[in-house]
Ligand binder design. Sequence first.
Ligand code: HEC
Length: 423
Amino acid sequence: MRTLAAMRLLILLLLLLAWPVAAQEAVHGGPVRALAASGGALASAGFDQSMIVWDPAAGQARAVVRWHAGAVNALAALPDGGFASAGEDGRIALWPGRPGAQPARVLEGHTEPVVALALSPDGRRLGSAAWDGTGRIWDLATGAARRLEGHQGNVNGIAFRRDGGVATVGFDGTLRLWPEGESPVTLAEFGLPLNALAALPDGTLAVGGVDGALRLVGMDGAVRETRAGARPIVSLAASPDGSLVAAASLGGNVTLWEVASLRLRHSLEGPGLPVWSVAFAPNGASLWTGGADRRVRRWDVATGRPVGPLGPEAALDIPAGADAHGARVWRACAACHALTPRSGNMAGPHLVGLFGRRMGSLPGYEYSERLARGDIVWTRETVADLFTRGPDVVTPGTKMPIQRVGNEDDLRALLDFLEVATR
Ligand code: HEC
């Protein structure tokens, strides 16, 4: 009897420990930057440094992982149903099965942010593209890597063709192939930065560029081109049967193209734009998008209509009674800072209790040396100074990007807003 009671207590404790993660924090604190779908699961990753693994059928989160130091930029589905994640910290983590707090393996070598991942058709190798100017092909069993060197500047996309061949695209405008044991081949040169790459089942490569054009490059190197607008393409996905390509453009919308005819099937219209990431469900019937509204949304591929988002509503955290003008100025900050501890840290620390707090002192956030060691106490005056002279002048070496609030009325309104909203 005793053991039974102890077991019950243990189970209750386990439930209590597991529950809050799934129930309360299954919301991204910033834009959704990457998506990947496998048989029964979907993973989303964001600028808020977290990865969420969803049960798409139930519409609920299975696990929230906060492990990367910095934004999580890329995801790939692994053969066993798990996922690989890669981030601003240059690291790639493997999460087979249901993720725990620590990855099963960490692939290290990139020295700058990793921005794209792809799994080989045989499921044995993982490709990565990074801003250190290299790509890598990792053997998933051993962790050994082959370096792909030759691009000038950032490598932005990587994909495996049907035959297992590896392709990359980069800032230098080239689409390159990396045959095993031979010198790399430049398959195409477009003369403008290329942001995204996806492989179709027939070996065609879909390339997205900063000029907004979608280019399809066949196995023979022949190029076909179409475009929906002039804004840079930020993300691409090919449907599992290869009949459609989805393209998301910066600040713009998501377009679905028929590969055979290059006809525009749908231009998605609805909530959740702008979109940063797109992924097809394995059955090809749904398209998942992730974007600025911090949510993962499902679209019906046949009709182009929104089906609905996953998880609870992610509100902008603007408290009642806060200065309305200041709230508008705050929008520029909201991409990186939360106003409730529940939303956690995003790219920047949450600002709850800001006034009176010493700089760099929020536990659990990895500050730059400059802020961690600094002794400024945040008040109306010091925050005003920070955004008048700029973080680069007041706190040189800070991780916060250069920005100033030039207009005096805007600055006063922002401070009025912060006084209420960070209390
Ligand atoms: C692109 C992301 C980004 C944006 C936009 C941004 N911040 Fe930051 N902010 C950061 C980061 C990252 C840090 C931590 C800096 C460090 O550790 O050096 C930071 C730190 C701060 C701090 C110091 C916090 C502390 O605990 O010491 C304040 C105050 C702050 N930001 C306010 C703002 C305000 C107000 C805005 C809008 C006008 C803003 N930030 C916009 C990224 C951002």
